[in-house]
Design a protein around this ligand. Structure first.
Ligand code: FMN
Length: 336
């Protein structure tokens, strides 16, 4: 079934295929054809105070507007990260802005946080039926919000969604919003995160705050950034977002398209990041690994490198639900 759908969808432009798929799945969910009950893996995990039914999540960006929410459970995921959502709706960058690099099992995107905004997403989240599936809200800032005012966009995200989302991800690592990655600089991230964690502490419900970082920070900058994230008392890290680099091995005609690269060629970079982060913080800091996981072996390797849980985007596009279910059932327990 997946192979047939893939054959048909891969004839379409990548973004149209993505939108058609979500429309069809949304209809299926409406008629109750998709299960919202998570698949419970043999090795559930408690992370940042949350009980994850299994350790495979849908990565940010696939369901920016919360079309499926808990119905992502149908495909084997134990959790899903919804968004990136920004306070105001925005169109994102001109199309085309998403490219499949089929020969490389990779994707390049420069979507630019196209999304329907916080109010719409909150309306959708409100309809949630809690089934044990975990939903994170991946928060961004509007393109029109200057970096020195970014704090208020992220706070508005938490303020609006805290009744519904199980955790928050602060996204400061997308390469497609001009200047966003500057917020990752050690001093800025410390100020920003300290303010966000303090805002979160005053909310009536405690929602863990994760930070998603990019794979392109040189080591020299990475360690001060990790220091800052630790001292701001963020609850966990997600590594990594897409890369602006282009490995020499890429074959596709789209490989020079501007934007962030995901999928198979990102794996080694993401893995190295996860290993360094685990090494830096020691065994108990909650850490999710994401980037190029497209086989059980890669999932296992990511866990062995120190990830407590993993997330998948491109692997789901290229390999489908079989991969997710296999990972959910067979990932080993974390190394730490
Ligand atoms: C089309 C597309 C859109 C994405 N949008 C977002 C986003 O809105 N927010 C985010 O945090 N990450 C976004 N990502 C990055 C993914 O969440 C993930 O970090 C990255 O793709 C690496 O994982 P993968 O190799 O499994 O795809 C996007 C990725 C793709 C391919």
């Amino acid at each position: 079934m997946f192979l047939l759908a893939k054959k048909l969808l891969f004839h379409l432009d990548a973004e149209r295929a993505h939108n058609h798929t979500l429309q069809v799945l949304s209809l299926a969910a409406k008629f109750g054809l998709l299960s919202k009950k998570p698949m419970v893996g043999s090795n559930q995990i408690e992370l940042a105070g949350l009980k994850f039914p299994n350790r495979v999540g849908l990565a940010g960006g696939m369901d920016k507007n919360g079309i499926l929410l808990d119905a992502w459970a149908q495909f084997g995921f134990g959790f899903a990260e919804i968004g990136t959502v920004t306070p105001k709706p925005q169109n994102g960058n001109p199309k085309p802005r998403m490219f499949r690099l089929i020969e490389d099992e990779a994707i390049i995107n420069r979507m630019g946080f196209n999304n329907a905004g916080l109010t719409q997403l909150a309306l959708r989240f409100k309809q949630r039926q809690h089934t044990g599936f975990i939903l994170g809200a991946n928060l961004g800032k509007n393109k029109s919000t200057e970096n020195h005012l970014a704090e208020s966009d992220y706070c508005l995200g938490m303020q609006t969604l805290f009744p519904y989302a199980d955790y928050f991800t602060i996204n400061i690592s997308s390469p497609n919003t001009p200047g966003l990655r500057e917020l990752q600089q050690a001093e800025r991230i410390k100020t920003l995160l300290t303010a966000l964690v303090s805002f979160r502490n005053d909310l009536p419900l405690r929602r863990p705050v994760f930070v998603k970082i990019d794979p392109d920070l040189p080591d020299l900058d990475l360690y001060p950034v990790l220091e800052s994230i630790g001292s701001a008392e963020a609850d966990g890290l997600i590594a990594t977002n897409t890369t602006l680099s282009r490995p020499g091995s890429l074959k596709s005609i789209y490989s020079a398209e501007p934007g962030g690269l995901s999928g198979s060629p990102l794996f080694d970079m993401a893995l190295e990041r996860v290993a360094k982060i685990r090494n830096f913080y020691g065994p108990s800091f909650p850490l999710m690994g994401v980037g190029g996981i497209d086989s059980l072996e890669r999932g296992q390797t990511m866990i062995q490198a120190g990830a407590d849980a993993i997330q998948v985007y491109s692997g789901f596009v290229f390999k489908g639900p079989t991969l997710i279910k296999q990972l959910a059932l067979s990932l080993p327990l974390p190394a730490n």
